[in-house]
Design a protein. Structure first.
Length: 204
């Protein structure tokens, strides 16, 4: 397997995961009307930082500890609680929401990318299964192959979520205050439902 094939396979697999509705998509949709086009890339920047750490952890051989059933269950339950919290927080703030781009610091968006990734139990499970398999395959080829694997993976996320935030920011004229609040309500409910689903999926 050469570098280009590793990059392409990684990109396509990551893109298929990014296209599926989840916590990251919900927060990108919810935050873009206020944060503008930068929202998607900055949220994925936080996501990328976390994934860099995960790759490092897996390469150092800590996957055995993380893949412990108790650890996975704990991560799933905690993640479910965080998703429900953020969903409720979105819905509670609806009455005071204003449809305008905020010019203040965007640091919270990167932090939000980290938080939402950690809160999604499937993110951890993906890296301990599919991600680890791809990573070990790339590792057999060499260090540069790992870099191509990671670049392909994270570029898929940047491409998709940047497209989402760009599309929403360009369509602001169609997004009235009322429609924005409806959108936030749907995003909040989706996070709550995902949290409940993840929580109920954990077998104690």
């Amino acid at each position: 397997m050469n570098f280009s094939s590793i990059f392409l396979i990684s990109f396509l697999i990551a893109l298929s995961g990014a296209l599926a509705p989840g916590p990251l998509l919900a927060v990108v949709i919810a935050e873009t009307p206020r944060g503008g086009f930068k929202t998607g890339p900055l949220i994925i920047l936080g996501h990328a930082i976390l994934e860099t750490l995960m790759v490092g952890v897996l390469l150092l051989g800590f996957s055995r500890f993380i893949n412990n059933p108790i650890v996975v269950k704990s991560i799933s339950l905690l993640g479910a609680a965080v998703l429900i919290y953020f969903g409720l927080k979105l819905i509670i703030t609806i009455p005071s929401l204003q449809l305008k781009t905020e010019k203040k610091s965007y640091k919270h968006l990167a932090i939000l990318g980290i938080t939402m990734s950690l809160a999604n139990p499937y993110w951890t499970i993906w890296w301990l299964t599919i991600g680890l398999g791809l990573l070990l395959t790339a590792q057999k080829v060499g260090l540069i192959a790992i870099l191509f694997f990671f670049l392909g993976h994270i570029l898929a996320d940047f491409t998709w979520y940047s497209l989402v935030s760009f599309s929403i920011s360009r369509g602001k004229k169609l997004l009235t205050a009322k429609r924005y609040k409806i959108l936030i309500t749907l995003c909040g409910l989706s996070l709550i439902l995902l949290g409940i689903y993840f929580g109920l999926s954990v077998k104690i």
